[in-house]
Design a binder for this molecule. Structure first.
Ligand code: GTP
Length: 294
């Protein structure tokens, strides 16, 4: 369902526009001032579009828009300005601040609805492009590039706030044999199955990525070595219990894992190297095990 936030200080405007949007099967959330709108945007991560009145007493629509654009979490949300002031400068200011469109009051309902549909189509297109750019098509996990971006940010947060963070690098044991004996398609099934298990096992805040062929990396915010080792072991055991149906009968795989944790001077390269060295050690020590060098 598509969720639209409408912001207007005049209650009757909210009710009227809200009911028109609901008639079109949109789910409507209402705010009567800027601060309330910003609060709602922080607490609802499912809002697809904002219809923002410009002339409001507490905080003008343009000010609300400016704050939206400064907020990393919500800055890409499409905003259509609804204004009684059709002066060129007002329109220019709104578009320059990042509004996708504007509607001048009194507006024609059919035109407003068409603009809503147009903005939502554009958002859908951008969401899809972002998904392609950040995820791995086979497993649906984040890709390597996205990992580097986000993990770097996470480490900056660690340095700023002196919190913990850990990485787990894991690799399927003898995966070449799986491909050779069962075929590449079964190999792909195994990769997809593991990715599904990782999505179920790790927390929503953990960044789970396909790093390369049969290698995965997980960034665990607010997690020290002990915690990361615990999660790593739990994951290893769950993988051991998985069974894949193949034409040649059930197939079981195991994984080896390396864990590293952030310290005061951690760099991304250093954390990855320590996790990778630990993974190498796990492979050397017989596979199907977790190691950390920290
Ligand atoms: N099916 C499938 N196989 C892949 C994919 N990406 C990489 N591989 C295979 O993963 C295998 C990795 O083999 P190796 O690096 O030799 O490692 P391994 O056989 O897992 O051995 P160890 O890691 O030492 O336990 C190769 O056969 C690759 O072709 C993929 O997307 N699909």
């Amino acid at each position: 369902m598509t969720h639209i936030l409408i912001v207007d200080d005049v209650a009757s405007n909210l009710v009227l526009l809200g009911s028109h949007l609901e008639d079109q099967d949109y789910s409507v959330i209402e705010a009567t001032n800027g601060p309330q709108a910003l609060d709602l945007l922080q607490s609802h991560d499912d809002i697809d579009l904002v219809l923002l009145d410009v002339e409001m007493p507490k905080m003008s629509g343009l000010e609300v828009l400016r704050k939206i654009k400064q907020d990393e979490q919500i800055k890409d949300l499409p905003v259509i300005l609804v204004t009684a002031n059709g002066d060129d400068q007002n329109v220019v200011d709104g578009l320059d601040l990042g509004a996708v469109d504007y509607v001048i009051k009194p507006y024609s309902l059919s035109v407003l609805l068409a603009r809503v549909r147009s903005a939502l189509r554009e958002k859908e297109r951008l969401d899809l492009m972002e998904k392609w750019a950040t995820t791995d098509p086979l497993t649906g996990l984040y890709n390597r590039r996205f990992f580097f971006e986000q993990a770097q940010r996470e480490l900056e947060r660690v340095q700023r706030n002196e919190t913990d963070a850990s990485f787990i690098i894991l690799d399927i044991d003898h995966f070449k044999k799986v491909n050779d004996e069962y075929g590449h398609l079964v190999g792909d099934d195994v990769l997809e199955g593991l990715a599904k298990l990782f999505k179920e096992t790790f927390r929503k805040v953990d960044l789970c990525c396909r790093f390369g062929g049969e290698e995965f990396v997980i960034c665990l915010p607010d997690t020290d070595t002990e915690g990361a080792l615990l999660v790593a072991e739990r994951t290893r055991k769950k993988v051991e219990e998985l069974s894949f149906n193949t034409e040649k009968g059930p197939l079981h795989v195991t994984i080896s894992l390396g864990v590293s944790s952030a310290n005061e001077n951690t760099t991304l390269e250093d954390m990855l190297k320590r996790a990778d060295d630990a993974l190498y050690q796990a492979k050397q020590n017989g596979r199907n095990r977790t190691e950390s060098l920290d």
